[in-house]
Write a protein that binds this ligand. Structure first.
Ligand SMILES: O=C(CO)COP(=O)(O)O
Ligand SMILES: [Zn+2]
Length: 206
């Protein structure tokens, strides 16, 4: 997809996430891999009101070369995009239910539904708390991202990647819904997918 089309898609998917409450205020940020660098949402921007021409551009050495100043979470996105050649885009949100789970001592989302397993996979590591934008988080994120498509930042929110921007946004939505189900069912002893069912999903769709 051409860079201009990626910019337009970022604007429309950001607005869609915002309109449905997956991000509020200026929370969250999104990055997209390009052949000659990366697009990132500008710092302090609302995902609901992005402007295509103002989206930040970084070159392949992660230098800011265009648009507004990029998100303070460049390190977070860099860790994912470096660790996972399969990642074409990374979405970080403060979506309510996934963030709630990130505040629990046992921050686990069990395999309740096929789409959670298909989009997020077997592992959802919890990264210890870091101040937003703290470059010190990069090694921990990088190590976790080599093993998992998504992580939870403790007391902060989810980060998830996908092969394309649309895939990453779909996965972020699926992660939030899975977190909502996990919280709804927490005291009800739900039936989980079995290890064999999880294996079958990952072998078929993984
Ligand atoms: O979610 C955020 C910090 O974790 C938002 O930060 P930015 O506005 O710098 O993207
Ligand atoms: Zn954040």
């Amino acid at each position: 997809m051409r860079e201009e089309d990626q910019r337009q898609l970022l604007v429309s998917l950001g607005a869609s996430l915002f309109a449905r409450g997956f991000s509020v205020g200026s929370a969250g940020n999104i990055s997209v891999r390009l052949p000659d660098g990366y697009l990132m949402t500008p710092t302090n921007s609302s995902l609901g009101r992005l402007e295509a021409a103002r989206i930040s551009k970084l070159d392949l050495e992660w230098r800011h070369v265009g648009g507004d100043k990029p998100t303070k979470e460049v390190f977070l996105h860099r860790a994912f995009l470096d660790a996972r050649p399969d990642a074409g885009a990374v979405v970080h949100l403060h979506s309510t239910h996934a963030t709630a789970i990130s505040c629990l001592e046992e921050a686990v989302i069990p395999p309740l539904t096929p789409y959670f397993v298909m989009r997020v996979g077997r592992r959802l590591p919890l990264i210890p708390y870091y101040r937003p934008g703290d470059a010190a988080m990069e090694p921990a994120i990088h190590a976790a991202a080599r093993e998992a498509k998504a992580v939870l930042l403790a007391n902060h929110g989810p980060v998830i990647c996908g092969p394309t921007l649309t895939d990453a946004v779909n996965a972020a939505e699926e992660l939030e819904e899975a977190a909502r189900l996990a919280l709804m069912l927490r005291s009800l002893n739900p039936r989980l997918l079995t290890p064999a069912q999880v294996d079958d999903l990952l072998n078929t769709f993984g």
